[in-house]
Design a protein around this ligand. Structure first.
Ligand code: ZN
Length: 287
């Protein structure tokens, strides 16, 4: 077979059903920009002053204007926690705006808002930013969460980190990563678009607090992955959809990653060295 000329060649494994986006064009993507930060004001992707900003990803993982970048702040050395509540609220409002705009498209069934922070999890640019992928189908994992009628843990017990202003943060019962947190509203809301101003301010406060604690857990910036689980935008009812945010890190101690290795990959079962109840206790103590 000759290489596909399209930017993305979506293949489905005939035995497992796993979807693989073969994206040869991303091999040409620079690991680091050659000159300056493209996200600082005056940089390639941010020519004008801004508070928060989105733009189409120059190196999309999927064709069809489905991949966007979200800049959290013009300050290169900021963190999500250092944005404070007003800054985090602007990010949440932009997440909502882009979710609504992309979700309104007929060819978008699911909007994934996410962030990779730190070179350890593949972020190539340090400037605080996240991304958005707009899928033309509902991917397997979010579909399984919906079919499993995901809702906030009603009995987190020792895994509770905080419950405040209508939001709960806890360590999942069967966390697959050494560091794993679930952030959810106690009242059912299907997506970030549906959060009112009060709920958005409260979420901003909770995220700033939790991400600050995570950076203090090992006294250094924690590499993390964060994503929003939202109602699909395929026109279905999805009455069970319950908005939530997942936050995970591979670090099992300072600078030491837990690798996803042969047994995990072979069997899709995880070995987690960090006891969820202990993580929750440590994060409560940092409050
Ligand atoms: Zn920058």
């Amino acid at each position: 077979m000759s290489p596909s000329p399209s930017p993305s060649d979506r293949r489905t494994d005939p035995h497992l059903g796993t979807i693989v986006h073969v994206v040869g064009t991303r091999q040409a993507r620079p690991n680091l920009p050659s000159t300056g930060c493209p996200f600082c004001v005056g940089g390639r992707e941010a020519p004008e002053p801004y508070d928060v900003r989105w733009f189409a990803n120059r190196w999309p993982a999927m064709p069809g204007e489905r991949c966007e970048v979200v800049l959290y702040t013009p300050e290169h050395d900021a963190t999500f926690a250092s944005l404070g509540v007003p800054g985090a609220r602007k990010v949440i409002d932009l997440w909502s705006q882009r979710t609504a705009a992309l979700g309104a498209r007929d060819d978008v069934d699911f909007v994934l808002v996410f962030e990779n922070r730190g070179p350890e999890v593949g972020a190539t640019i340090a400037h605080p930013h996240g991304q958005i992928y707009a899928y033309d189908h509902v991917p397997d994992r979010p579909r399984r969460l919906l079919e499993g009628k995901w809702e906030p843990d009603s009995t987190p017990g020792d895994r509770l980190v905080l419950r405040r202003d209508g939001w709960q943060v806890c360590v999942p019962y069967a966390a697959t990563f050494p560091i794993a947190l679930s952030v959810a509203p106690l009242e059912q809301v299907p997506d970030v678009v549906s959060l009112d101003g009060t709920a958005r301010d409260a979420l901003a406060g909770v995220l700033v607090d939790v991400l600050d604690r995570l950076d203090r857990l090992y006294d250094r910036p924690l590499p993390y992955m964060m994503w929003l689980n939202q109602r699909p935008t395929d026109g279905g009812e999805w009455p069970q959809a319950w908005f939530n945010i997942e936050l995970v890190s591979p670090w099992r101690s300072a600078g030491v990653p837990r690798f996803i290795a042969a047994a995990e990959v072979a069997c899709n079962e995880y070995f987690n060295p960090f006891i969820p109840e202990v993580l929750a206790e440590q994060l409560r103590a940092l409050g």
